[in-house]
Design a binder for this molecule. Sequence first.
Ligand code: ADP
Length: 412
Amino acid sequence: MKVVVINSGSSSVKYEVFESSDLSVLSSGSLERIGESESQHTHRIYGPSGTVNETVRRGRVDNHEEGFRFILSTPVDSPVIKSSEELLGIGHRVVHGGEAFREPVLIDEKVIETIRELIPLAPLHNPANLLGIEAARRVFPGVPQVAVFDTAFHQAMPPHAFIYALPYSFYALHRVRRYGFHGTSHLWVAKKAAAHLEKPLTSLNLITLHLGNGASAAAVREGRSVDTSMGMTPLEGFVMGTRSGDLDPAVPFYLRRATGMPEGDLEALLNKGSGLKGICGANDMREILQMVSRGEPLAQLALELYCYRIKKYIGAYFAVLGRVDAVVFTGGIGENAALIRKQCCQGLEALGITVDDTKNEKAYEEVLEIQRDGAPVKVLAARTNEEREIAEQTLAALLPCSGPRRVREGAP
Ligand code: ADP
């Protein structure tokens, strides 16, 4: 039997097909530019000896339902899925679960309605996720489908970590609070760190740093997220590729008055035109590192600001946790950019956080340990695998005895 993980965007669908018995990846792919004059489907099949066979097809696909049918019609020598019968379940990544979902949930009409009600909190993501869910339910009727939420892992945060100091009624009436995102990634690397350290996750305190295009930190106490840097939306926290991260909340009001910029443009500026891109014109870290090596001062500034903010959060979360067993870097930047790992930890020796240059530069498969010999805090780079985490959570939610959780009543 197979488990399929689907990550649905407004004009794209990404998927990964797992063998349910051992969660090995059988195939993966993406359909891009849904709704445009020509869509592109890329499909990869993973052979037992590590071979990857990629096929690309183009065609007109008007919506997500047509998209799934297009994907399924991949030629028979490289089938995605032969029939619905071989599907044990489908796991959907859903960005915002609000306070309603703290665990993966079997999708039914009520769940769909609740995800819809959460659209004001995630207007860009939840509608796109719903398109994928609704289309998949039509194309694969009878196959159990599970929603796995980016916010769920952080629902364990205590109120003093998630409440903003606004009048309390804004939380009570409008659910304005910190939710946090990247939960599946933080959880996955926390589990990987525990396995690597050969300790139960419930015995460890970790600072996990997901550094991709979006970026966030989590303070993980005994396996539970007790604080995280992203907020009600993914805009808060670190400097990101195109997001400003933490900012004096008065800045947008000032800019509005000073420039007359409309509210929508300001929102786009903070989400899409700020961060690394806003400072040096590039948002891809590889490009920025090349600019730095050419001596471009704004790229240097962007890099310093980026690492400085991360360092501040490491210090803050050290204070939150009291004792830290490991700092874990992940995401495209955290996994691959040794220079950034080093720079984020520079000056933290007094906290026991150090980086050994030789270890830091080593190639690795899943987890790399990079602290200096004898240092009290482990520093790790760990490869994230959100799809695999979603597949695991989907399977767990499908197990009848685990009793999929549905909507949680009320809030603390
Ligand atoms: P997403 O959030 O879209 O999943 P990723 O986790 O793939 O993003 O991270 C993308 C970021 O990782 C980009 O800024 C990219 O430049 C950076 N990155 C990938 N590989 C490297 C590398 N070898 N060195 C530095 N940065 C890298």
